[in-house]
Ligand binder design. Structure first.
Ligand code: FAD
Length: 385
């Protein structure tokens, strides 16, 4: 047994649960704490690209995920009336792993939670960290319920507002408002929505992602004021107004929105923390270290990769722990910085379409280049991590 025998994982999202399962299956004693009292995950659904599916395959979860979700190997770009601009066949995956499988966030969490618990991880809900005392040899933690415990490593996957990041890196790097936000709602899947699709509009973009044979989610990305907070009773009206230029199933879904609709709004607030992602025996990953514009659907995928790679690097104890954590930080930074830059540029490009004339220019540019551009990203992300 190596020098890391007992760890605390803070946060029960995709990243924290993947981390817990990855360490526990190697014989490490894992305690995972989640601040929420229950796993009532907001956020509709997640497209999981081949690189994330490879992590789940290594944890023995591929069949369960594929049986639950909707697999697809192409994406489509349309204009606001859903007239085709480009079909892109993804250059990801192989005969075993599909390019993409999308599923509801709640179902993915349940599958990962099951894996973590079967591997022996102890999951405590409704608990957070009040105090961290790291002397370099052990991390002593006081929890919000007053209990105390010590660990060999504290791993923070506590999301975009991470307090573990504050412990590791202070306030110099923090998520910043991009000036754009994402609206989402679940809807029945029309038969002809067979993969992720984007409808490029004037001043915004919308689209859909199938989550099963029966359901999909509609998303919409547009300029929004930093810090915007939309009251529940206004959301249906505001979402409808934002979708006004779109035709096809988007118009039908917009017409069906009511104050009962389960609409989720999230600001897009990018962050890319330079390495190191650790201080002494406290290390972070997932949205705590990086958040992206959602265009490559890689946020949760990179969180899952982070957790898996962290376990692999830390438990290969050929060098001192500091060196292993630095190896983890540097490897992960390179891949995540690619996603950060690529998806951020995609956001700016699509949102720079401000007039019908811009849309015609974009249509020609996308017809010529979009598939080649996305293909480059596919090849990079399909590579080893
Ligand atoms: C519009 C939109 C669409 C997206 N689509 C996709 C997609 O299709 N595919 C994809 O891969 N990604 C997608 N993402 C990104 C993805 O949602 C995130 O990157 C991912 O959820 C990050 O996982 P995480 O585990 O790092 O953090 P989180 O999912 O945020 O989980 C963090 C957890 O930690 C808990 N927590 C926080 N603080 C504490 C504390 N102090 N103590 C204990 N617990 C704590 C929280 O309650 C939460 O459960 C999308 C994001 C947006 C905004």
């Amino acid at each position: 047994m190596g020098d890391i025998r007992r760890i605390l994982v803070v946060g029960g999202g995709v990243g924290g649960l993947t981390t817990a399962a990855s360490f526990a299956r190697c014989g490490v004693e894992v305690v995972l704490i989640e601040r929420r009292p229950a796993f009532d995950i907001p956020g509709v659904g997640l497209g999981q690209p081949a690189n994330a599916l490879r992590v789940y395959d290594a944890l023995g979860l591929l069949d369960q995920i594929l049986a639950t979700g909707f697999s697809y190997d192409s994406m489509w770009l349309f204009d606001p009336a859903r007239r085709p601009i480009v079909e892109h066949k993804f250059l990801m995956g192989d005969e075993r792993i599909p390019a993409f499988c999308a599923l509801s966030r709640l179902e993915l969490h349940e599958i990962l939670l099951g894996a973590a618990e079967r591997a022996g991880a102890e999951v405590r809900l409704g608990v957070t960290v009040s105090e961290i005392d790291d002397d370099g040899d052990r991390v002593a933690v006081r929890f919000s319920n007053g209990e105390q415990d010590t660990f060999d490593l504290l791993v923070g996957f506590d999301g975009i507002r991470s307090t573990t990041r504050l412990h590791v890196a202070g306030t110099a790097f923090a998520p910043r408002p991009s000036g754009y936000g994402a609206w989402r709602v679940q809807a029945p899947r029309p038969d002809d929505v067979r993969g992720m699709e984007f409808l490029q509009g004037v001043g915004s973009k919308t689209g859909a992602m199938p989550l099963s044979n029966n359901i999909m989610y509609l998303f919409h990305i547009c300029p929004e004021a930093p810090g915007a907070n939309f009251a529940g009773q206004d959301q249906a009206r505001l979402f409808k107004e934002r979708l006004a230029q779109y035709g096809s199933y988007v118009a039908e879904i917009a017409a069906s929105l009511t104050s009962e609709s389960d609409i989720v709004y999230s600001p897009i607030e990018p962050l890319m923390l330079p390495w190191p992602w650790f201080r002494k025996r406290v290390v972070i990953g997932g949205d705590a270290a990086h958040t992206f514009a959602p265009h490559l659907t890689q946020g949760a995928a990179m969180a899952a990769e982070d957790g898996f790679v962290l376990a692999r690097e830390v438990l290969n104890d050929d060098v001192p722990l500091d060196d292993r954590l630095m190896r983890y930080s540097m490897k992960r930074y390179l891949r995540c910085a690619f996603v950060y830059t690529f998806s951020g540029q995609w956001l700016l490009d699509e949102q720079s379409v401000r007039t019908p004339e811009d849309l015609e220019v974009a249509r020609a540019e996308l017809t010529q280049n979009a598939s080649a551009r996305i293909g480059v990203s596919d090849r990079i992300l399909d590579g080893a991590f």
